[in-house]
Write a protein that binds this ligand. Structure first.
Ligand SMILES: [Fe+2]
Ligand SMILES: [Fe+2]
Length: 134
């Protein structure tokens, strides 16, 4: 299972350049940790924490962008981000206590981002598309 690459599927494109770019960057950073999970010279836990920081920054940027667009479901989206971050920090905290991260934990982090893309960001994508059509 370890060799299954993390990537954002084509169907996960939001068609807002900044958001898609962030998603790709975060997933690539997470995949870098996956590729180095057995590399003793690579600080996996520290790198995973950096991915967490990227995710936090991304969520904040996304919320700002949604606010600029007067997105009506901003509040729900923020709640989804907060819940996602709660899980992310729980995982990262456990890893930091053990000073080790395993593939299941990396997968969970990956799933959290993918879940936000498909269950929340996609709705914003449709909203933006709808506005352009009007
Ligand atoms: Fe996002
Ligand atoms: Fe989001």
């Amino acid at each position: 299972m370890k060799n299954l690459q993390f990537f954002v599927p084509r169907s996960g494109k939001i068609n807002v350049d900044k958001i898609d770019h962030d998603h790709d960057t975060i997933v690539a950073a997470l995949d870098d940790v996956r590729q180095n999970i057995d590399n003793p010279d690579y600080r996996t836990v520290k790198k995973a924490r950096e991915v967490g920081n990227l995710l936090l920054a991304h969520f904040k940027d996304e919320e700002r962008l949604m606010s600029d667009y007067n997105y009506p479901y901003l509040h729900q989206h923020m709640v989804h981000h907060d819940q996602s971050l709660g899980t992310v920090y729980r995982i990262l905290g456990e890893c930091e206590l053990r000073n080790q991260i395993n593939i299941e934990e990396l997968r969970d982090l990956f799933r959290i981002l993918i879940d936000d893309i498909f269950s929340a960001d996609m709705a914003f994508s449709n909203y933006v598309l709808d506005r352009k059509r009007r």
